[in-house]
Write a protein that binds this ligand. Sequence first.
Ligand code: ADP
Length: 402
Amino acid sequence: MIHAKAIEKNAHCQTRQSSVHPHIMSTQLPHAHSPKQKAALTENPLIANLKHVHSIIAVSSGKGGVGKSTVASNLAVTLAKQGFRVGLMDADVYGPSISKMMGGKDAEVLQKDNQLIPVEKYGVKWMSMALLTDEDTPVIWRGPMATRLIQQFLGQVAWGQLDYLIIDLPPGTGDVQLTLTQSISLQGAIVVSTPQEVAVEVALRGIKMFDEVRVPILGIVENMSGVICTHCHQETPVFPQGVVKAKANELGIHYLGSIPLDPSVAIAGDQGQPISLASGPVATIFSDISSKMVAQLQEIEARTTEATESPTQISSDEKHVLLMWKDGSVSEIPFFDLRLACPCANCVNEATGKRMIEAKDIKQGIEPVGFRPVGKYGLQISWNDGHNTGIYTFNSLRSFGA
Ligand code: ADP
């Protein structure tokens, strides 16, 4: 019996399937036919490289130019000032500005044991693709290239022991976001928006994407909320006030704080000395934002420690995928039913929810050839008919066996 309704769709897997690199990420199922045999899940090399990183936080925005990199760099510096071990990864491949903002435009990237050594400045270990390319040479980053670069930054930079790895994402919801959420487990995302209604609307799309892939939204930061006059130092609102806060409240998302449009923020960024390095009103705001973020993460961690729905074992017999859950129960899901219930956008119409694959479309002897855990929320299955874009959430898999 197929519980198709319980299967949650993953809206991303159709349009951007080219960004999945099975040779790196697929976990082969070595003995799919031995009865009740455990399929060993080989360790994802990206996850292995990040195993000493406690929390990975994405900083995202709907649009460019809203101050996302400014927030990412200041947050990193602030956390380092607070005594945390911090990394900052510039994943904004289309407009990398971290190296400039962190005052290391000309820093040399060293290699050791086939790994890139991150630059260390202001107590933050950081890496940007701007260090690897010639500034004057325009790089046209097509999806697969950006994907490879992100995988390299995740898997081949010697991040070492970190409390927080802050990732500065490109604006929007493209290949980089997909690669990240499919490759590693993000502990949370911060969304940066300016106060204009249109910017807030665009930011919401990003929030929706993180929701879909079960990345908790730690909160929204409002940037450029009003102008600080350089003479009287008073703040004048430029855009309608309260839009971001109201939206955050409506969605049940934390409003982490608002940063004024202050020329000293831009100057500090241009000089490669994030404003939070020194004390001052904006540094205090960032300190408050980072404390709220840390508190949020701790709360989420406490809530999810027990509740994580990932299976403790994934294996198969001749006809079923077998999933053992934390409580000891086992879901026995027939290959055929699982293939038919594929939630990817090739198999389910994203707009109508109508299933496009039918039983007659499924080949005789269908069976999985590879499993790959995706973040903390699901399992990507590669099939012997060549299909591999379906990411089944753990919750949906659990409901199969009910
Ligand atoms: P994004 O990463 O969203 O593209 P950036 O962080 O690069 O945006 O910011 C774009 C420009 O705006 C930069 O020159 C930056 O210094 C400036 N900027 C960002 N936030 C502020 C602010 N609160 N006040 C003044 N300038 C800002």
